[in-house]
Design a protein around this ligand. Structure first.
Ligand SMILES: C[S@@+](CC[C@H](N)C(=O)[O-])C[C@H]1O[C@@H](n2cnc3c(N)ncnc32)[C@H](O)[C@@H]1O
Length: 259
């Protein structure tokens, strides 16, 4: 008897993810499997005072899955790395906390997101923010140069989450923080979901089982200090909502410290 194992086509996945987030950057008013924009950010817990200081065009393309900047507790003068910075909402929010004495580096692989974020940084006078093209599995940043790594709704999209956590640890100084929001699942997703590049690009197919996710963070050299469920996050399309219910796909925010 022969057993066939399906595999995720990572080249197709990268193309689909780029296509989806190109659309999020350029046509945020479209309907996606997930919510976007200011109403979502407010519901997730972003303080309105902070949102008011962030370029509105960045927030219209916000596609995060939770609030975690209270856990990050970024202070004036710090260096922050935003993995999968999109159109820049969290990078700009972090820049408000670091002030002009600090610096924020956003990394993303989708050209249209980068172009939009760069234009908004320039127009808004965010001189402490820089957006670089790159992959979150190998971000273009010096070793040990960062105080806090942040990320929102991105790591679930990576087929190599261990590499992302290892890269985050490498970028951080000892004692540095990793603060993020992401999608995980209660139960291991079946191949029909994990090998579906379109469900993966919609932030569902790549959701790692939560214990495995925690272990991957710890194996990269972090101690997890806070783990919080984000009940305010929900998927919108019927297909996404069904998979979410069936396998317990949820959003979490967490804080971990590099040992
Ligand atoms: C769900 S969006 C979140 C964007 C942003 N953090 C926000 O909250 O609006 C995911 C972003 O991660 C980027 N991305 C996904 N996988 C990536 C990878 N492996 N390397 C770099 N960027 C990636 C996409 O291009 C997209 O801009």
């Amino acid at each position: 008897m022969s057993v066939t194992t399906r595999q995720l086509d990572t080249i197709e996945l990268e193309e689909r993810v780029k296509r989806m987030y190109q659309e999020v950057a350029l046509e945020p008013e479209h309907e996606f499997h997930f919510e976007t924009g200011r109403a979502l950010a407010e519901r997730l817990g972003y303080p309105t005072d902070d949102l008011d200081q962030i370029p509105a065009d960045a927030i219209e393309s916000f596609a995060g899955v939770g609030y975690f900047l209270d856990l990050a507790a970024i202070s004036v003068g710090e260096a922050v790395l935003d993995l999968g910075s999109g159109s820049g909402t969290d990078s700009f929010a972090a820049a408000i906390k670091t002030g002009s004495q600090g610096r924020v580096l956003g990394v993303d692989m989708t050209d249209e997101q980068l172009a939009k974020a760069r234009r908004l940084a320039e127009d808004g006078g965010f001189r402490q923010v820089e957006f670089r093209s790159g992959y979150i599995e190998k971000p273009p940043v010096d070793e040990g140069s960062i105080d806090c790594v942040i990320s929102n709704g991105v790591i679930n999209l990576s087929p190599d989450k261990e590499a992302v956590f290892t890269a985050a640890a490498r970028a951080l100084r000892p004692g540095g923080r990793l603060a993020l929001a992401d999608i995980v699942s209660e139960r291991q997703l079946p191949e029909g979901v994990t090998c579906d590049a379109s469900l993966w690009a919609a932030c569902i197919g790549g959701a790692m089982q939560r214990d495995g996710y925690r272990q991957a963070i710890e194996a990269a050299g972090f101690a997890i200090e806070t783990w919080r469920e984000n009940s305010a996050y929900r998927f919108v399309s019927e297909r996404a909502a069904n998979a979410t219910q069936k396998y317990g796909v949820t959003s979490v925010s967490l804080l971990a410290r590099r040992r």
